[in-house]
Design a protein around this ligand. Structure first.
Ligand SMILES: CC(C)(COP(=O)(O)OP(=O)(O)OC[C@H]1O[C@@H](n2cnc3c(N)ncnc32)[C@H](O)[C@@H]1OP(=O)(O)O)[C@@H](O)C(=O)NCCC(=O)NCCS
Length: 175
């Protein structure tokens, strides 16, 4: 009797594991993180950035020009996106810039910027996925830390991504 129950519970456990593996596999397939591609403009990339801040419409020529410019920095300026493979829309993005310093033995710092998840896709761990991707990239580029600025509203989100609050942000706008 005990053996039967044990086997049943083992069976249930592995079925649950299989189910959860399957769902994370499916999620991986539906929402993979990748580098920005030039064709992402027509998949709603600019409209997504407009959910973050002021971002006027960008012409195809302007987009292509900036895309080529950023490509020259190669892995030192990475913009990543998540495309919803069902709708073909870009639903999340973020970028990281690698700063080369003299301090810390000519160390490097990653600066995370422009993180946004489409309002219809929030709460699905996509933001966390973007931050993990950008942080892993910064680490692989030899950065000793990765930093970002955020509103107090997003503090808990970044804490859940493994960040902690340090110092304050200062800014001077020119336009
Ligand atoms: C902030 C933002 C990127 C979060 O993206 P998201 O995909 O909804 O977040 P996730 O689903 O990956 O959330 C990861 C965890 O953080 C939590 N979380 C997300 N946003 C939160 C918030 N504003 N306050 C508290 N917790 C938050 C989630 O509940 C989740 O918790 P769990 O792991 O315990 O379940 C998204 O809300 C957004 O694009 N906001 C508007 C633009 C913006 O403010 N960008 C940040 C600029 S610094």
């Amino acid at each position: 009797m005990f053996l039967t129950l044990k086997n049943n519970s083992e069976f249930l456990l592995s079925a649950e594991r299989m189910q959860s593996k399957e769902s994370s596999f499916n999620e991986e397939e539906s929402f993979p993180v990748r580098k920005l591609e030039i064709s992402d403009k027509r998949k709603g990339f600019i409209e997504l950035l407009q959910q973050l801040t002021v971002c006027d419409s960008v012409s195809d020529k302007e987009f292509e020009g900036r895309f080529q410019e950023l490509s020259l920095y190669s892995d030192e300026h990475l913009v990543c996106v998540i495309e919803d493979n069902c709708s073909g829309k870009i639903v999340a993005t973020g970028s990281v810039f690698i700063e080369k310093k003299f301090i810390r033995n000519c160390g490097k710092v990653g600066h995370i910027e422009d993180v946004v998840v489409d309002s219809n896709a929030r709460g699905m761990q996509l933001g966390k996925k973007i931050i993990a991707f950008l942080s892993d990239h910064a680490r692989s580029m030899g950065c000793y830390k990765v930093i970002l600025d955020c509103s107090t509203d997003n503090k808990v989100f970044y804490e859940k991504c493994g960040f902690k609050q340090k110092e304050i942000q200062m800014v001077k706008y020119f336009t």
